[in-house]
Design a protein around this ligand. Sequence first.
Ligand SMILES: Cc1cc2nc3c(=O)[nH]c(=O)nc-3n(C[C@H](O)[C@H](O)[C@H](O)COP(=O)(O)OP(=O)(O)OC[C@H]3O[C@@H](n4cnc5c(N)ncnc54)[C@H](O)[C@@H]3O)c2cc1C
Length: 562
Amino acid sequence: MARMTSTQTETHSPLALPDQVATHDVTNQPPPLAPYDSSADAALLEGLRREGAGWAEDEIRRLGVRAGSAEAQEWGEQANRYEPVLRTHDRYGNRVDEVDFHPSWHHLMRTAVEAGLAGSPWADERPGAHVARTAGGLVWGHTEAGHGCPTSMTYAAVPALRAQPELAKVYEPLLTSREYEHGLRVPTEKAGLIAGMGMTEKQGGSDVRTNTTTATPTGEPGVYTLRGHKWFTSAPMSDVFLVLAQAPGGLSCFLVPRVLPDGSRNTFRIQRLKDKLGNRSNASSEPEFDRTVAWLVGPEGRGVKTIIEMVNCTRLDCVMSTATLMRKTLVEAGHHARHRGAFGARLLEQPLMRNVLADLALESEAATTLTMRLAGAADRAVRGDAGERAFRRIATAVGKYWVTKRGPAFTAEALECLGGNGYVEDSGMPRHYREAPLLSIWEGSGNVNALDVLRALGREPGSADALFGELALARGADARLDAAVTALRTELPEADQLSARRLVERMALALQASLLVRHAPHPVADAFCATRLAGDWGHSFGTLPRGTDLDAILDRALPDHG
Ligand SMILES: Cc1cc2nc3c(=O)[nH]c(=O)nc-3n(C[C@H](O)[C@H](O)[C@H](O)COP(=O)(O)OP(=O)(O)OC[C@H]3O[C@@H](n4cnc5c(N)ncnc54)[C@H](O)[C@@H]3O)c2cc1C
């Protein structure tokens, strides 16, 4: 081997590099986004006031600042990096079936429960309480999405549990508590409870009629024992679960506590946790039941009818969570584009990047505005407004179908705005992207929601009237919208399974357009109608037509977070 000369040694030694060629100058990279205010979102705050929860604005703003803090953003990152771990047995071989979480998970959960994002609206008499919760979810969700699963199920369990008033009397005050108390103890001795749900089995998720888990009456009124399995049951460290099982009178709904009133563990064998694409902070388990004590909720044989009360609420949360992912990734993309230069200008000044960001902003505002309208309908429906109940019945399924369907494409496009950085975990964008498809799978996958709209049209004609009544509020304001509504009416009588997606997509776009026409600034509504209704658009984001007022759209959507 040739010997190195002294000159070569000096040239290649890192210690010998002259200052002017230092390798690690960092230039043209954006500063960290945090701290920022996730409630700095005009569409959200206007929706909050419009839907009757303006009284919550200060609280929502405080939560937005908290969500965007470096600390809370770090919790979101850590809760997903250090995933939950299943412990099936203790050191002596006894089954324990516990799941350990990183402390950041508990920080997120505690803040969410204290902020009223779990069951507390059901105990709040103020009109708009459910709207305030949805707005809280939209701002707090900027931290991370996984813990939104147990808070959503806790919220949603309350109306289903009311089908059994004596159980509701005991458990509702705990499910609506603003205290987070983790750990398996006697539920009635805790300050607050978390609830989960077990419907899906190996042989069928959408079609729960195929459930094989059995419920055998014990002889004591309302008390049964369960035997069987569930294929998906998220948040297995919850205190109580609503579970479907086959009783003598047919498929029925049950409340299953993890710890029995005498302090002993109810049988809840967690076989394993799912190794998931995303949603990694949240544990999703496969539990098995064997002589598991369960209390009947609602009549025997009416399990689906009972638990659908829960699903109505979690479906709205799927729309809300997707709108949150859209807003979060848009804010990240806008921040990057504001600070990153390429080809002699900041990305935010490059015309084509402005087109992409403005197009994403339209989609995000449409999703947020629809979310807030659905939350307002839910709030008024639970207070007895029949018209809003009919609107909620159809519009929640329409929104769940369409908004969650747009999530993966949206988050992919926003991720791309960060270039290579967006593909790297540090940016958080891969986490948001991986979360998006889940929201269109659980709580009724795309087809199932589209078919549910057909069911509403067929069995509850009042829901179609409510939807068209809502669309009529924007009549005459935009000719493209008027034409879309007329076309929709024409298609309605021919609605069948084959064309369900096509119909529901058109319903969703008309509904979003009508809300924007009524409530958003003209440039936003105009661009939405031109592209989503009149077809002056391509097949990817960033194809808004010439003449679109990009400045107005971007100024509204992307406040400068510094
Ligand atoms: C991360 C995660 C967590 C979950 N947590 C829970 C939980 O906590 N509790 C719980 O009970 N479940 C949970 N689930 C299960 C989830 O709700 C189901 O996966 C979902 O409802 C779909 O059911 P399935 O997987 O059995 O699919 P299937 O029902 O087999 O559906 C497969 C596909 O067929 C479509 N399809 C079904 N019926 C029709 C039809 N008639 N016509 C046309 N297409 C149809 C569906 O839209 C879907 O695309 C979770 C799932 C995931 C991924």
